[in-house]
Design a protein around this ligand. Structure first.
Ligand code: PMP
Length: 294
């Protein structure tokens, strides 16, 4: 992720990643009390462009607010600083990770001080390019009454690490988690769509992260005239579907070949997911201008 030349942004300054420090008595480190984002920049013919930068920084701010963390920064300024991080590190295609965290505080009371760090690195497709073998996880997504599930809170990702590690140990590529009612929720770091008889379905908001890629795909469905339905989906819905895919900033769009013992019957190349995968790439690379979206 970094080497001796890597520079990051930390509280108003650009610093060498290898020399930047944090406090070992911090609430964020001890209790997972931090919020973050995952953003991508693409090397387009218009130069390096951060895809949906504003939506991501606005979600970062909302995540901070949802956990009573201060967010004293200006979003335009953060976007400018992020472009500067890319420039200093000579990154054209990049994954960008802003993190808001708190200083020394061993109590369980939210304080009124926070730090912001923005780093970036070159990261290929997070789940690779092969169709994924997925298992339904024995872990379920946290109940939104326990933790704000629509915020990207660091502590929520212990659940993601457990589910991913268990799935990999069983020989699968990725986990799919159910919500507390046993409905389909999301992957440890991505949302899910399923296709049935030419229509797409995705879990309604409420018990999942409101993914920015998910929103982009819904917009693309409208442009492409693909019917898209947001509703609660059961495991039976999934295991009778024709095709399915995950989506997320790091993942982009990744097709799924099977869930547990169920193989999706539709060839990926013939699926709506494959069409969306191509369209999404054109969109982020600004090869095609979908004016309704940006
Ligand atoms: N769900 C979870 C739990 C995630 O961590 C992510 C990645 N941020 C997503 C869904 C997809 O969100 P986005 O498209 O905004 O990256």
């Amino acid at each position: 992720y970094y080497n001796s030349n890597t520079t990051l942004y930390l509280n108003g300054q650009f610093e060498k990643a290898a020399e930047a420090t944090t406090d070992l008595y911090g609430q964020s480190l001890h209790y997972g009390y931090a919020v973050f984002e995952g953003i991508r920049a693409y090397n387009t013919h218009n130069g390096t462009r951060i895809f949906k930068a504003r939506a991501h920084f606005e979600r970062l701010k909302k995540s901070a607010e949802l956990v009573a963390m201060p967010f004293p920064w200006d979003i335009d300024d953060l976007i400018n600083k992020t472009y500067k991080v890319l420039e200093i590190n000579n990154l054209k295609d990049a994954y960008i990770r802003p993190l808001v965290y708190c200083p020394a505080n061993m109590s369980l009371i939210a304080g009124n001080d926070a730090s912001i760090m923005i780093c970036a690195w070159d990261w290929g497709a997070y789940l690779g390019h092969k169709l994924l073998k997925v298992c339904i996880s024995e872990y379920e997504r946290p109940n939104p009454k326990s933790t704000p599930i629509q915020a990207k809170v660091s502590g929520n990702y212990v659940n993601s690490i457990l589910a991913t590690t268990a799935a990999k140990r069983k020989g699968f590529d990725e986990a799919l988690l159910l919500d507390m009612n046993g409905n389909i929720a999301e992957a440890p770091g991505a949302n899910i769509f399923i296709e049935k008889k030419g229509k797409l379905y995705t879990p309604a908001l409420g018990n999942i992260l409101a993914g920015i890629t998910r929103a982009t795909i819904i917009e693309l469905c409208h442009v492409l005239d693909i019917e898209i339905i947001e509703k609660q989906l059961t495991v039976a819905d999934l295991k009778q579907a024709d095709s399915a895919f995950f989506c997320g900033t790091a993942t982009e769009i990744a097709g799924i070949s099977l869930v547990d013992e169920y193989h999706f019957p539709l060839k990926w190349t013939d699926s709506a997911g494959a069409t969306l995968q191509r369209t999404y790439k054109n969109l982020v690379l600004e090869k095609q201008n979908y004016e309704v979206i940006i």
